[in-house]
Write a protein that binds this ligand. Sequence first.
Ligand code: BGC
Length: 253
Amino acid sequence: MANKTNVLGIDIGGSVIKGAPVNIKKGMLSGRRLEVPTPEVSTPKIVIKTCAEMAGQFNWKGPIGFTYPGVIKKGIALSAANIDKSWIGINGEKMLAEQMGCPVLLLNDADAAGIAEMNFGSGKNQKGVVILLTLGTGIGSAIFIDGKLVPNTEFGHMEVRGKDAEHRAAARVRIVENLSWEDWADNLNEVLNRMEVLFSPDLFILGGGVSQNHIKFLPLLKTTARIVPAQMGNDAGIIGAAMAAGRKFAEKK
Ligand code: BGC
């Protein structure tokens, strides 16, 4: 049930859409979790309809936090690397709010995962410059300075030897190109090292589904900064989105 503590989080990804009610004070799911594949034709209308069906299954009547796999400024999608290009320029937040009939916040998926990790996971109480990367269909990024997020960083599109970083080191690349953990870790090292030159982070947090297998690749990574796996697993986006929405709508009262 929606209240000050329970907010619905829905994480719209390039491959799956997942959602659950979240206890935003504890940073954990407070009800069942639903997951459906992202529709093959992932236009705003079709994706929003899928999200509405999901919210309907929860019979939700309160604030909802949504993530989006691209840049979101003031509710508007400004990029669409792993989702239909027709999102660009669309006020997704407004469309979602109209369709759901609830207060809605829309934010970048990696920023949402970062908010969850910094509050309840590997980034808790971490000062200095922290960079979280989500390694999935693409590479998402979130950078925090003394716990404060600088939104919409797009390190996955940083060019590394003529290619986007995410086309070298996203988790998907390892599967599609059938790379060994060692070869994939070499690609990831290249991306991480470039980021160290540019940002001198104190800590890297690596998230995304592949972080469950951190034992296989974390020891192969060579960075000056400390590097740790994310702790919130696949639910980080859901939890961070719900937290961000909870904060926004609490402020408004
Ligand atoms: C997008 C990012 C997103 C990441 C993970 C990238 O292609 O540009 O905004 O966070 O994929 O979904």
